[in-house]
Design a protein around this ligand. Sequence first.
Ligand code: KG4
Ligand code: ZN
Length: 338
Amino acid sequence: MQLILGIESSCDETGVALVRLPADGSLPQLLAHGLHSQIAMHRAYGGVVPELASRDHIRRVLPLTRQVLEDAGAALPDIDVVAFTRGPGLAGALLVGAGAACALGAALGKPVLGIHHLEGHLLSPFLSSDAPQFPFVALLVSGGHTQLMRVDGVGQYAILGETIDDAAGEAFDKSAKLLGLPYPGGPELARLAQDGNPQAFKLPRPLLHSGDLDFSFAGLKTAVLTQAKKLGGDLAAHKADLAASTQAAIVEVLVKKTLKAVQQTGMQRLVVAGGVGANRLLREQLNQTCIQRGIRVHYPELHLCTDNGAMIAMAAAMRLQSGQQQADCSYAFDVKPR
Ligand code: KG4
Ligand code: ZN
């Protein structure tokens, strides 16, 4: 049995978690996790301010670590491996997590392991009670990435398609900003959309019939801007309709392309991960489509869809368990922002 501490600090959430890696090869278990969101701090600026993010991570990371250990009934010397997010993300923010992880590792004489943020998202559904089994198709939809992947095991990832411009989360966030909604726009737009008519505005479904599995969302944002300008002073009265129409366009493209990927690969399982995976309409439509076709869909638990430390600790545990990677004691903390 090993205890793995995971630290996430790639953007605007400080996440710390402790995962237990059983010696018998069974799935790692989450013992405790803590999260501090910086949303309130960045909201005044309409988006993440990198310098403020780094400073706040520094303030939060050690108290959160202490809290997580206490919640798990563990102490610092019990930690066997310290994992951290190596990238992608904001350079300064990543350096805080990497620095803290390496300092802890060096002080405790324990090895450290850098984890790819997206692998954390990808493997986060293994933390849920309804954990998937390999192989599966994965739809990874976050603020920075939109990818369809074939996943045959830990570290065995083949990209089937991805966005050629904006990510799905970016499309949500930028459209929300155009509608005057506060940061972070995705969940705000989704909330407003509940009161709107998704058919009120005709918005483009970019690359829907492109024949491949790539996405493009940049044109959608421009179409939303054009509609908003056209409405002028009437925008306020039609805001919910425009939000609902935007959400419907993004979700339709995601669902149709995902289904195509599942059909092309002949897979019976689908995993949806990343912040946009929390979107209710996306979940409803994917569930409906997949039930009809006998495809099993797995999601992370709702509170683990967006950034957190549990997914980093879990990805580290699964990598170590699979023999894909080893933690080391070089403490040369490099990060990979891109
Ligand atoms: O995975 P994540 O926390 O961070 C990145 O790695 O990017 O994803 C954040 C993204 C943001 O774009 C946010 O607006 C979006 O996920 N998001 C949502 C919802 N919750 C979060 N988008 C649509 N509907 C939601 N309910
Ligand atoms: Zn993320």
